[in-house]
Design a binder for this molecule. Sequence first.
Ligand SMILES: [Mn+2]
Length: 284
Amino acid sequence: MYLTKKSRLLKDPHDIRMCDNSASSSVVFVGIPWDGAVAGRPGARLGPAKIRTAFCNLPKRVDVEDLGDVDVVIGDPAETWQRVEKTFRSLKDRQQILVAGGDHSVTPYVYRGLSEGRKISYVVLDAHFDLRTVSEGLTSGMATRLVKESGGDIPITVIGIREWSNPSYMFSLADKMGIEYYTIEQVHKLGLEEVADRVYQQHKNYKAYLSIDIDVVDPAFAPGVNAPSPGGLTSREVLILVSHLSKALRPIAVDTVEVSPPYDVGDITSNLAAVLLYTSIWSR
Ligand SMILES: [Mn+2]
């Protein structure tokens, strides 16, 4: 008799949350529980469940349709990435797509699915360039390179680069590849609004994809990540930056990747990822 599948302890009928009364919507939420490309600290496969739980608990501002998770295949990256690409190709008509990763290797395949037949620019918040080519095995540190290879002549901007977390050859490689970047020092000097405005000027003629590698945030605020890098944004700063970028760019898709719940403390990293996705909904 006193059994419930929605075990919310707070009994306030006027407090409607994101996943209450879920309806079909042009804004959708998709999880990708995959960390098969991580060379460092695994666990991002558990990210979508945690991020979804936190997201669903936020106050309702707009209807978001939860489409569930991409059906990944453990141990088979090629099949998984193909499924990711096909899934997002079928979602091209949605107004805004919110993606909860997963390691960063899924982003290029989300991007490929969505950019079929059209040019989409790419903005990424990340401590790392992600321009690697490895001689053996896999890495989630190749996302920006793969987006560049499939996107062609599109603006690409990386925000939050740490000098101490990237091999020195990558700075010149980024220049050679025509990839614009802001180091964390430049972000600090210019200010968040100025950076967002400059990025807007670069991308304003395109539909944009916004990827948020949660390691752009300082490990003090986001410890649950694959590759933590000291000296990052505070949680407040990243929220301000994502708010500015989303309002200006109106991105067709936003992902939060690299959240690794086993390394998290009190779910603060997955909570931050959920609030970042929520903040990015420009139609709300
Ligand atoms: Mn990173």
